[in-house]
Design a protein around this ligand. Structure first.
Ligand code: HEC
Length: 196
């Protein structure tokens, strides 16, 4: 009786493991390249919009007026890209300012990979992962000089006065103390697999 049960359980495990493998898409090299290019183009357009608007707003209205431009929601282009390309655009960070940008388990594992590569001084290339019929594209976000205005050290690059405004808006803020070249987080683009 027990032996029969063990065989049934093993058969069940075997079938479900096999199913999982079959469920996730295996991209051909050409397809992988297409999704890499798609992710790259989306990140470039999104980042260009963020950067241009942050620089303009800092000039025109100072740091306080520029705060909202580091949120993806403040950029109509991001919404349009999501609709036009049928993708989801996210940023995630382990030291997040907005709790909505807290990493999930897959994002955490990718951030750990990039942190490890950077600590060894190695190159950080975009990463593609497939989960069933979804293609996930990741790219590291590295801190530049401009970012320190709002993500640098409080009392140094970020004035106490500006930090007060930031914590009024984001009471759980943990996104300060960064230096140029640090890993700030990741871009995460989710696309649907469409058989060509
Ligand atoms: C004018 C202030 C300001 C500047 C300059 C700025 N940020 Fe931000 N950053 C913010 C605010 C405010 C948020 C929270 C946005 C939200 O609500 O999603 C944020 C959020 C983020 C997030 C999402 C994760 C999180 O912590 O919630 C990343 C990633 C990020 N910033 C990276 C950068 C990078 C890289 C630069 C430089 C190119 C930069 N920021 C420049 C104010 C700024």
């Amino acid at each position: 009786m027990n032996v029969v049960l063990v065989i049934i359980v093993m058969l069940f495990l075997f079938i479900s493991c096999n199913n999982e493998k079959e469920d996730s898409i295996e991209l051909t090299p050409d397809e992988a390249k297409e999704y890499l290019d798609l992710g790259e183009a989306i990140v470039k357009e999104s980042f260009d919009s963020l950067q241009t608007n942050i620089i303009r707003a800092i000039k025109e209205t100072g740091i306080k007026g520029a705060l909202k431009y580091c949120s993806l929601n403040a950029h109509p282009i991001i919404y349009h890209l999501e609709k036009k390309k049928n993708v989801k655009i996210r940023r995630a960070s382990q030291k997040f300012r907005n709790p909505a940008n807290q990493p999930d388990s897959m994002e955490n594992s990718i951030i750990d990979i990039y942190a490890d590569l950077l600590s060894k001084g190695e190159k950080t290339e975009p990463i593609i992962r497939t989960v069933k019929k979804e293609i996930h594209y990741f790219k590291p976000i590295i801190v530049k000089d401009l970012c320190l205005n709002c993500h640098g050290k409080v009392g140094e690059e970020i004035t106490e006065e500006n930090y007060k405004v930031i914590t009024e808006l984001y009471p759980l803020d943990n996104a300060t103390g960064y230096k140029q070249g640090d890993l700030r987080g990741i871009w995460h683009i989710v696309a649907k697999y469409t058989k060509k």
